[in-house]
Design a protein around this ligand. Sequence first.
Ligand SMILES: *Cc1c(COP(=O)(O)O)cnc(C)c1O
Length: 392
Amino acid sequence: MNKFIPLSIPNFEGNEEKYVVDAIASTFVSTVGGYVSRMEKELASFLNVDNVAVCQSGTSALHLSMVDAGVKPGNVVLVPPLTFIAAVNPVKYQFATPVFIDCDDSFCLDPVKLRSFCEEECVWNDGVLKYNGADVKAIVVVHVFGNMADMESIMDTAEKYNLKVIEDATEALGTKYTDGRYAGKFAGTIGDYGCYSFNGNKIITTGGGGAVTSGNSATVDHIRFLSTQAKTDPHYYIHDEVGYNYRMTNLQAALGVAQLEELPEFIKRKQKNFDLYKSEFEGFKYGKLIDFRSGTESNKWFYSIEIDREHVKASMREIIISLEKDKIQTRAIWGLINEQKPYEGEVTYKLEKAPYYAERILNIPSSTQITEEEIKYVADKVKQLLEGLANG
Ligand SMILES: *Cc1c(COP(=O)(O)O)cnc(C)c1O
C-alpha cells in the first residue's frame, strides 16, 4: 500500500465548493445569511424535530445547553469519565462540580450505576436531588463513537430525580433507535437538550460548528438568543442576559448545507465499512471489533478494536507507532477525564469499565472514502501486529 490511510478525514464530494463560493459572493459571511437558516431547517428536518440552533462548535452547543439548564456554581453534574474532554469542560465553565459515573460495555453512561448513585449516595429532598449538600442538576450523556446510550433507563432515572438530560450526540448524528420506547428517535432528540458537532473529524463537517436541539422549541429559541449576544431589541443594544458570540457563520453553514445533502450516503458507507471490518476480524483471537447496541441503527462513526490484554502487553504507543510504519493511522481511546489535571480530586463513582476500556481500545481508520482494499489491508496489518505481539 503506497497511500497513507488516515483515521477520519472530511469528504467533500458534493456541493461544498459551490455553496461556499456562493456565500462569499453574497457577502454574507458572518452570523447572518441564507445558509445559516437553511442549515437549521434542514438539520431539523433530518432529525425530525421542530427547531435547531446552530453554533460555533459542539463545545459551545454543550455550554449553551448547560447555561439554559440553569447549571450554577456549586451544582453537581453527572458526567462520563471515558470520552472527549469537551463533553465535561462546560461543567467547569459554569463553576459546577462534575461527578464521574462509570460507562457500560457500549462506552456510554452505565444506567445501573447512574441509578444506584442517585439512590444510595444522594438524598431526595423536596423535589431536589442533593449530593453532599449540593443540588444535582443535570446528566451529560455521551453517545460514544456513534453508539447509543441506554436512554430508556437513563430517562427513567432523570425523570424520577428531576435531572436535566444533556445528550452529547456530537459523534452520533444519524444514530437512532429502531426498537423500544424511542423507536424512530435519533440520538440527541430524547433528552432535554441534544448537542451536535461539525468539527473536521465528525461524520459531517462545517470546519468547526455545532448545533443544539430540544423537544421544547422555546428552549431552542432561547439558546439561539444566547448565542447572538442576547440582544433583546432589533434596533437598540439592549441585553437582559449575559450572551455569547457562539452563532454559526454563513460560511460554515454553506459547507454544512452541502454536507447534510450527503449525510445519508456517508452513514451508508460507514455501515458498509463496519460490516467489512467485522468479517475481517471474525474469529480473531487477540483483538475484537466492538459492535453497536442492538435495537439501534448506529451511524457507525468510529470503529474500535478491543485488544486482548492477557496476551498483548505492548503499550498503545508502541502499537500506534508500528501501524504508522505501515502507513495506517490509528489512535488510542481517550485518557480518563477524571485523571486529567483540571479534574484531579473530583468524585468518581464505581469506575470499573472505563479504566478497563481505556487501556484496551484502539480506533482504526473509518473515513467514508476508505476502499475495500484498504480495509482489508488495515485488518491484515492490525491482526499480524497483535498476533506477533501476543506470541513474541
Ligand atoms: C467532538 C466532540 C465534542 C466537541 O465538539 P467540537 O465541535 O470539537 O467543539 C464534544 N464531545 C464529544 C464526545 C466529541 O467527540
